[in-house]
Design a protein around this ligand. Structure first.
Ligand code: ADP
Length: 227
């Protein structure tokens, strides 16, 4: 019905605006770093920047379509690709932001992992988790991103040594608009959408997301995707 359609559209518009923000910040800082000669504008850098821009373009095109129909955004487009290369290039686009905040990144990406999945959805999952890890970190920041596989599954793990999440809140943080009101959040103005989008995407790809966390010690988000 009409009321329901309006609700779905509003939800969709909120999700898209959330998803546009992080990659735009990353692109901006990346280009600033090139301008300041901190990063070389080599072939690989330019291709990963271009890929990000194409993805943003796709989001905007879909946003336009959503005024009639929101199915595009939710649609899953699977194809086979090298997930290891993709994660490496996504992490490259985050590096300027990490450098600026003095956060160290440990990359444990096993080479040559091939997946048949939706590349754009995976990009958003990774960016949301890394972006949350960055926001959770106060000082002496450390983020570890690892990618591995076994016979049946692929494991993507984002670990931070930030503020952590208490046991009572571990489930609620995956709900829409749920935010933990602490110093970090008032400062950085989240909307409580990132993790609900992330969980939806992971589940729509047939996977699941798990959280381990200790208040004051840090959090580990593990995404398990079927092969
Ligand atoms: P937001 O836009 O507020 O970051 P999310 O849905 O991504 O929304 O996250 C919901 C809440 O979960 C956040 O407000 C934050 O308090 C908590 N959270 C998410 N990721 C982490 C993390 N890595 N460490 C600590 N808290 C986190």
């Amino acid at each position: 019905n009409l009321k329901n359609q309006k609700f779905v559209r509003k939800q969709y518009a909120q999700d898209i605006s959330h998803e546009l923000r992080t990659p735009i910040t990353n692109l901006q800082l990346y280009i600033e770093a090139i301008k300041d000669n901190v990063i070389d504008a080599d072939e690989q850098t330019l291709s990963s920047l271009l890929e990000e821009i194409h993805r943003l373009e796709g989001l905007v095109v879909n946003l336009n379509k959503s005024f009639n129909d929101n199915s595009e955004y939710l649609k899953i487009n699977k194809k086979e690709f090298n997930l290891s290369d993709h994660i490496n290039s996504l992490l490259d686009t985050v590096k300027p932001r990490l450098n600026k905040l003095d956060i160290s990144l440990i990359e444990e990406i096993k080479d040559g992992i091939i997946i048949n999945s939706d590349k754009d959805k995976i990009s958003q999952i990774v960016q949301n988790l890394v972006s949350n890890a960055i926001k959770a970190i106060k000082n002496d920041g450390l983020i570890r991103v690892s990618l591995s596989e076994d016979k049946n599954n692929i494991y993507l793990v984002v670990k931070d040594n930030g503020v952590g999440i208490s046991d009572e809140k571990k489930e609620a943080i995956f709900e829409r608009f749920y935010r933990i009101d602490d110093a970090r959040n008032t400062k950085l103005n989240g909307h409580g959408l990132g993790l609900s989008i992330t969980k939806n995407f992971v589940e729509s790809l047939g996977g699941r997301i798990k959280l381990k966390s200790r208040l004051g010690k840090g959090s580990t988000f593990s995404v398990i995707l079927p092969k």
